[in-house]
Design a protein around this ligand. Structure first.
Ligand SMILES: [Zn+2]
Length: 474
């Protein structure tokens, strides 16, 4: 028997089977139960998350031959149910909007729609990627949507609902399908592996589910590819070798080196990842994902449901999070996002990758305006906390970072040095801290804000922040 891909073999049969779209399934069930099924639906959402599956389940519910009226629990065995399930029913017509997008095809549809269904209660048109229709085709479709024969139902599916003209949208009941939670995908993967009697290692499942980025179809096609290697049990090593999944330990190692501010080891850790066959963009993506996890750990702790990690991975993330403060993590994520864009548009991606990750490793934490003011306010001359990077001489570090910055904006280092020197300057002009004593804190604050030297620093900080924001817009 020919091999059927998993996504087809395990396509959900009933409303209760469809994974991750419970509210929509529930609403449609109610509509069927109460006889309030609309004559046109628009199913919107990313690919591979169950739009076509839900459309077929609804068609079965309306047309199941085992009962006399629409049912929320189609038999899934009668000729109609069986034919609808594989997309080959005489009364449920599936049309690919991408290839049948012309006005002639829609006119033909209109002519055929007036005839009653051959054996079922309804003639149902499922038009996939409906946004691909041409404007004349949309207009032709609109005519039949305005006054459809009572035996006709339309189910439109689209990944780009914004491209479906408003006059069509307003005649449909719209459902927005959401990305499927990786935990739900993981559960389905385990269930299928069980039914297929294929051995696997448990730590494979979550990374595999995460790679699918919310799409059940993608998850199952990744699993198909793993199974086709013939290896058993299926392991995380296979995932890395055949599907290019980044090695988690190596990513964690790179993050640790950045957190330690260790230049030589950071470069070595990048090399280690690149030699596993990852592209520079994949390295950046993996780092961004991991930084996001660290941000969640910092904000909500290691037990957060927002983390899709195993217990052991949670512990490791908790330890790594201690190496960063939250502002540094947020800065790193935005910097990585910019780096991703830059890497895609350069002929020397590796140099950019090395340079930016070194910069992250060597950059001191952000000092924000509030922090600066509060230090000025208390007259504290305590130096800004700095991590002294190992393995790098101070002179070369400054020189290198200046070059990365290309003179466009201050480095954190220089900004902090400037801030400190300005503070010291202020204190000198004020005749040491003595004169400051005896004043209320708000008086001191106002004086400081109005001090020309402090103003210069604040304006500089503002300009830097605006510069970063402007850069991100482009
Ligand atoms: Zn049936």
């Amino acid at each position: 028997m020919a091999y059927i891909v998993l996504a087809r073999k395990y396509r959900s049969q009933t409303f209760d089977d469809v994974i991750g779209q419970d509210p929509i399934a529930q609403t449609l069930k109610n509509a069927v139960k109460t006889g309030r099924v609309a004559h046109a639906y628009l199913f919107a959402g990313p690919r591979g998350i169950g739009k076509t599956t839900m459309a077929r389940v609804l068609a079965k519910a309306l047309n199941c031959l085992a009962v006399d009226a629409p049912t929320t629990e189609p038999c899934c065995k009668c000729d109609s149910c069986a034919a609808i399930h594989i997309g080959d029913d005489i009364d449920v017509i599936e049309i690919d909007g991408a290839t049948n997008n012309g006005v002639d095809q829609v006119r033909e549809l209109r002519q055929n729609a007036i005839y009653r269904p051959a054996r079922s209660r309804f003639k149902i048109y499922i038009i996939d990627e409906v946004h691909m229709l041409t404007v004349p085709a949309f207009n032709a479709l609109l005519k039949i949507l305005e006054e459809p024969p009572s035996h006709v139902k339309f189910i439109f599916a689209t990944t780009q609902p914004n491209k479906v003209i408003p006059t069509i949208q307003s005649r449909c009941q719209r459902f927005d399908f959401s990305n499927i939670n990786p935990n739900l995908i993981a559960g389905q993967l385990k269930s299928i592996l069980g039914q297929e009697k294929i051995k696997y290692e448990d730590d494979l499942i979550l990374p595999l589910a995460k790679m699918a980025a919310g799409s059940m179809r993608d998850a199952l096609s990744l699993l198909d590819r793993l199974i086709s290697t013939g290896a058993e049990p299926l392991t995380i090593a296979l995932l890395e070798e055949f599907l290019g999944c980044p090695n988690t330990e190596k990513i964690e190692n790179l993050i640790a080196k950045i957190g330690d501010g260790d230049a030589a080891d950071t470069l070595a850790a990048i090399e280690d990842l690149i030699t596993t066959g990852l592209s520079e963009v994949q390295v950046v993506d993996s780092l961004t994902d991991y930084m996001r996890d660290l941000m969640v750990v910092k904000s909500t702790g290691t037990e957060s449901e927002l983390l899709i990690l195993t217990a052991e991975q949670r512990n490791r993330a908790g330890r790594l999070a201690e190496k960063f403060d939250i502002t540094a993590i947020i800065y790193n994520i935005t910097a990585l996002e910019k780096l991703r864009w830059a890497i895609k548009n350069t002929d020397t991606p590796r140099a950019l990758l090395d340079a930016l990750l070194l910069r992250l490793a060597l950059s001191e934490h952000f000092m924000n305006v509030d922090e600066l003011l509060s230090q000025l306010q208390t007259g504290s001359s305590a130096p800004v906390k700095k991590k002294e990077p190992t393995n790098v001489k101070t002179e070369t570090r400054d020189e290198g970072r200046g070059r990365i910055d290309n003179g466009r904006r201050m480095t954190e280092d220089r900004r902090q040095k400037l801030a400190l020197s300005e503070v010291e300057g202020t204190e000198d002009r004020a005749g040491t801290n003595n004169k400051q004593r005896g004043k209320t804190s708000s008086q001191k604050k106002n004086e400081l804000i109005n001090d020309p030297a402090v103003k210069t620093v604040l304006i500089g900080l503002d300009a830097t922040i605006t510069g970063i924001e402007e850069d991100q817009k482009h």
